[in-house]
Design a protein around this ligand. Sequence first.
Ligand code: ZN
Length: 567
Amino acid sequence: MNLIKTNIKPDFYWILLLSCIVLFPNFYLAAVSSDLNGSFFWKISYLLISFVIFFTPSLFLKARYFFLLHGIFVLLAPIEIVHIYLNKMGIMTGFMIAVFDTNKNEVLEIFTSMLPIILVFLFIWVVYFFILFKKIKNRYIISDTKLRIAILAVFLFIFMSFFAYMYRIAYILTPKEEQHRVPNVALSFFTLKFEKIYPCSIILKSIYAIDINVNVKKNREELNKFSFNAEKQSIKEREIYVFVIGEAARYKNFSINGYERETSPLLSKTDGLVSYSNFYSGANFTNISLPLILTRATATDYYRWTKEKSFVDAFKEAGFKTYWIANQGAGNKFIRRISKDADEEFFETKNLEATNTYDQKLWIYLDKILNRNEEKVLIVIHSLGSHFRYNFRYPPNFEVFKPGFKDRSNYNNYNLVVPENKQLFVNTYDNSILYTDYFLANTIKKIENQNTVAFFAYTSDHGENLFDTDENLVLHGSSEPTEFEIHVPLFIWSSKKYQEIYSEKWKNILANKDKKTSAKILFYSMLDAADITFPEQDLEQCFTSDFMKEDSVRYVLTPDMSVKSFK
Ligand SMILES: [Zn+2]
């Protein structure tokens, strides 16, 4: 005690203040994290390790360099803090992929909805660097070299005991015949713990995200050679297949699925429309979910999408004209890969901030394509659906459920994103579902008017939380996905001519509608629906087949890239 007391330097309190700023994400996570919740021991251990990681560089660096190094992470801290705020957990790989993927709209969207917080961050940055350059003396925080060495030894001891503990767990969990894997397993457990500690979290997740991107590039050549050997079983008639990808639409809020509010009056009246009652998405985050819808990748075999093409490519192989129409940004690498390989791509330039990005704007492109009268066509429509800031997704005449959010100024006050405003959220969200109903029903009409063999399917990339559970989750992408985030609609419609020519398939589509199933069937089902065959077709995964099997367990991939199972 004496030693410390006599050593207090005039800039001690400045050092303390800067340290608190640097460690703020860690304090914040310890306070609100759903993982650490309820365990005082874990919270203390978490903070202790956080402190050790934070302080270690000061044993090698003088104070100014030390805080300059941490300054980088103070600048990046808003990403972590906003993430904790929204998800009650630290940054996740999916989010970093979105950051790198120039799916910047999705990221910016989140940030700009919290302008007051951003201003606070700006203020803290200024304060931090002012103190750093004006108040901190450039000397070692612990001036005594022997003491520094002693602390380093203690830190090393802590790390090593921690690793030993993980090693023991790995040893217990690894089966006898696989004991050679224990060091690797232990190491992965060890790093897993650091993934939660800022700034290790953001460094590790960035490395994972970059690794995925490198993987995609590396596989491009291999991918170009890839073929499904898909063939179309030919019929004379003109055939149109339309696949619509929704955004954040949850099953429960459509009246066609039993919701008490009349949110889908038009779809309910649409002849030849089937709603699947027990269909789950494969992920609860856009970027992760899209490959699970479009390729043979699954929650348990995710990276398959980096090595294989999508069903859009398979349609093209089979001789279809393929089109990609999107009301979502063109920045997503995976989507871009598919849309570029399609015969034509249309991206409605989209600014999520704008209030006129309604999905019906895509009809110009749809009409244009349909007017070409091509023989065999696949059109994928990537809609904006119920993307956050729900009231931006529909014109004023769809404001049926009130009161709802009116304009953007509403959201800028982050105090509004609180459980007390649940009804505002639900009303606005339901209006966006009502608009989705209008968009889908009229899209179907357009195809129906072509008077030919036509097939339509719609699903959503994931659902949405609306303060439904005790944890009061809102939006999507939580580490423990709720039913609301993954139970999504699957609507299938076909024309009379389709039902005549493919009567067997249509009969099966109706018969399978209540089976427990998930996004992984879409790839196989879309191809079989169009009577496209390929050597690896799997009829057990086709809603068009009477061999279709129910899922016993459904797997969902979280933004954390961890697999969760659902019955
Ligand atoms: Zn989404």
